[in-house]
Design a protein around this ligand. Sequence first.
Ligand code: ARG
Length: 564
Amino acid sequence: MKEQLAEIIAKNVEGLSPDDILSLLEVPPKPELGDYAFPCFRLAKTMHKAPNLIAEDLKAAITGSLDFIDEIKVQGAYCNFYIKKDLFVKTMLEAACKENFGGSDTGAGQAICIDYSSPNVAKNFHVGHLRTTIIGNSLYKIYSKLGYTVHRINHLGDWGTQFGKLIVAYKNWGSKEAVEERGIAELMELYVKFHTEAEQDETLIEQARAWFVKMEQGDEEALSIWQWFKDISMIEYRRAYQLLGVEFDSYNGESFYRDKTPAIIERLENAHLLKESEGAYIVDLEEYDMAPCIIKKADGGSIYATRDLAAIFYRKETYDFVKCLYVTGQEQKLHFAQVFKVIELLGNDWAASQLIHIPYGLVSLEGAKLSTRSGNIIYAEDILLEAISKVKEVIEEKNPELENKDEVAKMVGVGAIIFNDLYNQRIKDVSFKWEKILNFEGETGPYVQYTYARCSSLLRAVPDFDEAADVDYSLVTDLEAMELLKAINKFPKAVADAAEKYEPFLISRFAIEVAQAFNRFYNSSRINVPETNIRNARLKLTAVTRKTLRDALALLGIDCPEQM
Ligand code: ARG
């Protein structure tokens, strides 16, 4: 309808194409102002007429020529179009019923790499990693819905001099049993111990360096201890991933690129980009107002940035990506700017548009009283488990009869954390206030899930209702029903915008808008009424709401319980 409207407006004005008009056509902020509004300001210049007169003439010219238009009103410089309600409802409902509603195939045949989560082996999976995991997973779902082939890459921090230190600490003060029993907590303590001891004993640093050199040279003992630390760490990471329902296509971390860095150094040399500086090798980026990108340390050790350079070429060759996204905290902004610039300087003009750093804000834990395992370190897993147990308490109290309490508590508890994380722009800090996150009536995950469960229960109550059947659309043209449908119909735009801006919060806001609109509809009209026609029409709207809420939450990485 919007297209047809744009088409006919274009025929009756000067200087604007149907596409221009399509992007100018607005959905008025209030339903009293109609379903579409066309602002005539921009035409005043080309048509040498006052905008309100243009609007009047447009009204006169179009009236009667489109059968779906009920009325046209001129308000100020706007031409407001009122669509015939039953036709409008029919179009919107039919669109929303489609299988892949909200999605598209814009990305067909194109690959996107998303590098996210990527914890540092032997270090805990903390709240910051929780954010990258949640954001990355949502971007994966969003891009997949648009038809892209998405490669989910966990670029584990599993290489570097810290492993030399860890081996020395383990050999001096560790035990196999303690590491096996306490996992990462033990490894972190060993690491801390190394640093306190090294203050007294300088030879420790030398030993650590020697062990890392052994690792780089493929020494069997060194590598087997390293691999073991990695396996121990992965057990804990996987527990968090399982709670979150997150998976990866590749765990090629930093160690994977260790034999691919010499080629990078060679490329840089050939391009005359490598400079010696105090024994180290760097790429000078002064011209771009950046600190130099260090490629090789004075002691010959390879580093983080070099492995990232290698990873980019590897990914480009392996996946032929149109975009490679990096979801990490803001503190790595400079690192990525440097690495991307070096790639560009190597003659890859795609770097600027295809390599994208996606930073996010901090997590503040005030108000989230958490029992910590060791010291003041907050494990992501503990936050998730705490959320689940809090939800379980609520369920025990409010719905003790519920059959699959544990399953529902997990969906709602984890969903609450994810939703809270994705409810604002990425760059904003996220705060943890349990009362807020878990409030079933606030702008929260549980509220949307609750609305979904309400839709499910309404549909369960009428088992013979056929979702696919046509209904009498004129029976759901009341204000609340129309507002609900209009909210639902924003889904495709929300998904496209979220992808374009790398902002999942556009989806969570959308879900809240639909849930609120549904609850207004639900409060204004009883759904399960005796009149079959009315009941079916309202149930159809309920079914479409249910499907849309489920699909929107799925894009955030949240599951929906049928009852809660
Ligand atoms: N391991 C890093 C960290 O925990 C994140 C790695 C991000 N990805 C990358 N390709 N550099 O901070």
